[in-house]
Design a binder for this molecule. Sequence first.
Ligand code: DAK
Length: 259
Amino acid sequence: MEFKNIILNKKDKIAMVTINRPKALNALNSETLKELDTIIDELYADEEIFAVIVTGEGKAFVAGADISEMKDLSTMEGRKFGLLGNKVFRKLENMGKPVIAAVNGFALGGGCELSMACDIRIASSKAKFGQPEAGLGITPGFGGTQRLARIVGEGMAKELIFTGKIIDAQEALRIGLVNKVVEPEKLMDEVKALANTIAAQAPIAVKLCKTAINRGMQCDIDTGIAYEAEVFGQCFSTNDQKEGMTAFIEKRDKCFKNS
Ligand code: DAK
């Protein structure tokens, strides 16, 4: 399927989702969010895809929600826009496949929020992060007040959101917002290698790990441990569990079938 604002490529079990509005620094308008929604549904249903990469075309990852579209929104329209973005980001977060953000440049506002809805963030040394919404007279609207505090802690999240200050990739690494920083020309190789390593694991196990971690971050540890025991049990109903353990005993390479 062709999209106007997003390029979707699939190769060797990996899907690459490139936000492609470079003239507007990949700002997210409703049209782009709706395309992203369709793409997530497609990737979720595609059993050949084991890992997903999200990145931006040009010098930005995503420079935020589209300010020109938001400028004249009414209260109800603003709410609708926020609900759309949150629905799409939550779907991405819960899609059951690992998602890596390859943050190639500006990740501001909704862009920082998009990267935080991904599981892992790898940044180019040129990347910049921030939640500048308060300076525009709004609050973060795509989960920033919730995910940033969970990732970097309450005090740091409040400082970033209250001041709107923009931080560089090294500072993002220091506060735990990104997993790794690499030189710009190495970013895609690094992210693809990571995606390939993840895609070589048993995909159902990876999916259950993701769900268990996501759920565990939102509940008390006893509930989380009980959930872990549940998904651990479920693994034994998969062919890939038999394959992984048999291949180990037989000292041969594994061949996971996502079943
Ligand atoms: N929206 C629309 N257009 C944008 C944009 C954005 N977020 N960011 C950049 N652009 C456009 C610029 O207007 C410019 O367009 P032209 O003038 O060429 O037509 C083009 O991209 C290139 O940008 P610059 O000329 O500004 O490029 P520079 O390299 O000089 O500066 C910059 C790069 C990233 C520092 C600068 O563009 C910038 O400050 N951009 C805005 C960053 C920002 O404030 N982002 C946060 C957006 S607010 C909610 C729902 C959602 C949200 C909030 C609430 N609810 C419903 C409750 C989310 C809010 C946000 O994300």
